[in-house]
Ligand binder design. Structure first.
Ligand SMILES: [Zn+2]
Length: 150
């Protein structure tokens, strides 16, 4: 199954696709990453914190984060974590956004040899698994802009 844009800013599969967690990303095309920004120190955070993790201020606001970044670290998950029902292996890593924060994220590329440090990445919304009610559960992931040949 592919979750793709319907061109109107909503997904045609929305009636059967539910986000793994509300408030992390939008289901627009292209999707946005939803985080927070501290109005005291100016740092961004993801997922959104009500209390700034940098200066402990509660003067935080919702912020739409960049949907692009650079790959900072990565690995492949080859054994399912407890409770995980999706496919393995899958890529997992850290992407640094232009705002300066590093986001821990699923990666669309499961083969570590096809990824490179600093490579440009962009946000996508991808299927995660199908729940007991038969609904497709979707999550955010970062994908390489250009595939790398090992
Ligand atoms: Zn702060």
């Amino acid at each position: 199954m592919r979750v793709s844009g319907a061109g109107s800013g909503t997904f045609s599969a929305m009636s059967t696709a539910i986000p793994v967690h509300v408030g992390l990303f939008t289901e627009t095309d292209p999707p946005d990453l939803l985080g927070g920004r501290c109005t005291s120190c100016g740092n961004h955070n993801f997922p959104r914190h009500e209390i700034c993790p940098y200066c402990a201020s509660d003067a935080t606001e919702a912020a739409t984060l960049s949907a692009v970044g650079r790959l900072w670290a990565w690995t492949a998950v080859t054994h399912p974590p407890p409770g995980y029902r999706g496919d393995i292996p899958y890529g997992f890593g850290v992407v640094e956004l232009p705002e300066g924060l590093r986001v821990v994220t699923r990666l669309t590329e499961p083969d570590p040899s096809r990824l490179r440090p600093g490579q440009p990445m962009h946000l996508e919304v991808v299927p995660l698994h199908v729940d007991d009610a038969g609904q497709s559960v979707i999550t955010y992931a970062f994908a390489p802009d250009e595939p790398v040949t090992p």
